[in-house]
Design a protein around this ligand. Structure first.
Ligand SMILES: [Zn+2]
Ligand SMILES: [Zn+2]
Length: 142
């Protein structure tokens, strides 16, 4: 497993370091977590890794395209290791839960703009807003 992650780092010419491996592993196992959660997950295994180191690693991995940063309106930034497949997200308005939704057509930009104003569109970021099953159940119970 670790060697997969090492190969990912090498593929984008990043040096393999323990904090980078730890952040990638945390995001592989826990998609759509915020920075504080990434720090907690990494430090559970590697208590010596500083908060700043995790911030730096997240920025480096995001810039390198190994990690995707998403930020639904009104939410804190979340990170995930599922990249490059143009998938979308469904977000619960009540509790902020996030789940992946596969790209409708399988490739970017997924949606054709009704008017692209001459822009070459290469990405459409779709957020589906609604109520997750847990919150829907709570609402019925009240
Ligand atoms: Zn919810
Ligand atoms: Zn996702």
């Amino acid at each position: 497993m670790a060697s997969d992650l090492e190969a990912q780092l090498r593929a984008v010419s990043l040096r393999v370091t323990q904090p980078r491996l730890a952040v990638l592993a945390a995001l592989r196992d826990h998609p759509h977590v915020d920075t504080a959660t990434v720090i907690a997950l990494v430090r559970a295994n590697q208590p010596t890794v500083s908060h700043q180191a995790v911030y730096d690693v997240l920025r480096t991995l995001t810039d390198a395209g190994l990690v995707r940063r998403i930020q639904p309106a009104g939410a804190t930034a979340r990170y995930e290791a599922r990249v490059g497949d143009n998938h979308h997200h469904v977000v619960c308005r009540s509790c902020g839960a996030i789940a992946d939704v596969d790209c409708a057509v399988g490739e970017a930009p997924c949606l054709t703009a009704s008017d692209d104003h001459g822009f070459v569109v290469d990405e459409a970021e779709v957020v589906y807003w609604g109520t997750c099953p847990g919150c829907a159940t709570d609402r019925i119970a009240q």
